[in-house]
Design a protein around this ligand. Sequence first.
Ligand code: HPA
Ligand code: ZN
Length: 319
Amino acid sequence: MKLPVAELHIHLEGTLEPEAILRLAKQNGVTLPWPSLEQLRDQYDFSNLQSFLDLFYTNLAVLRTRADFHEITLAYLRRAEASGVRHVELFFDPQAHLERGIGLGEVIGGIREALREGEERFGITHKLIACFWRHAPAASAMEILRTLLAEGHQIDGIGLDSSELGYPPALFRAVFDYARDHGLHVVAHAGEEGPPEYIVQALDLLKVERIDHGIRCLEDEGLVRRLVSERMPLTVCPLSNVRLRTVDTLADHPLKEMLVRGLNVSIHSDDPAYFGGYLDANFEAVDRELGLTNAERATLARNSIESSFLEEPAKSRLC
Ligand code: HPA
Ligand code: ZN
């Protein structure tokens, strides 16, 4: 994949490769339920989003220090460069670290330092997005958001992730109002496992600028028309959808249909260390199974850059 692309849906903690998990566990004296690589790898067979999240949250316990966050961010950027990524908007879960007693300064300090270094070494520009857990109370998200802003931690936006079903976006309306009032960008996972109604809520109540996943929009004709007319970006993650069984196989993936319908879709990798590959692997798998035309490939790449929060003239330089 040689076209310049922006990676807009990537969870930093989802780039933790199994080897790195075991190495950091040893280094930091963390005991995991799976002591060998083989036993760890046996856990990567998911039945739905929650079964993945259970493993993902257990494994990220190995991240303890600012140096750990720096190391995994830089490792990701090195890998991203190889897959053609020119700009990244990186998600991280502040609650996953705060609840383990790791301070925001350690987490964000380590990530930011690596992002700056990555820009110098690999020429990859960046934004950083704090994702709040939808399975945790909105009051927790609000408290952390206020702290992030009051203490001057450098974030560019907020998102909403974790278990979707049973946690409608409406619960987080005040948090997103507060973020927008303070000049932050806003995105939310919606329509991955949750119904089209959650996408509508994310648009109407959270006033998001992008929908992460959003593939279930296809179940609601009126919503598809709206998303097309608003050119709302949908950050679709094909390998993730297969591994979390929101689609049966890649050959059944609706990406091509979404393109044909005129939706503003782009391809991303979500949690590449868990779902079988980085951005290049997602493009290659889609190409192999769905057969993209050159024009479709170019559209997907261009959509990713146009949907980014890059400022001009940097954005136009990449298109
Ligand atoms: N979906 C929801 N929450 C997440 C994901 C995901 O794919 N990855 C990390 N947190
Ligand atoms: Zn995601």
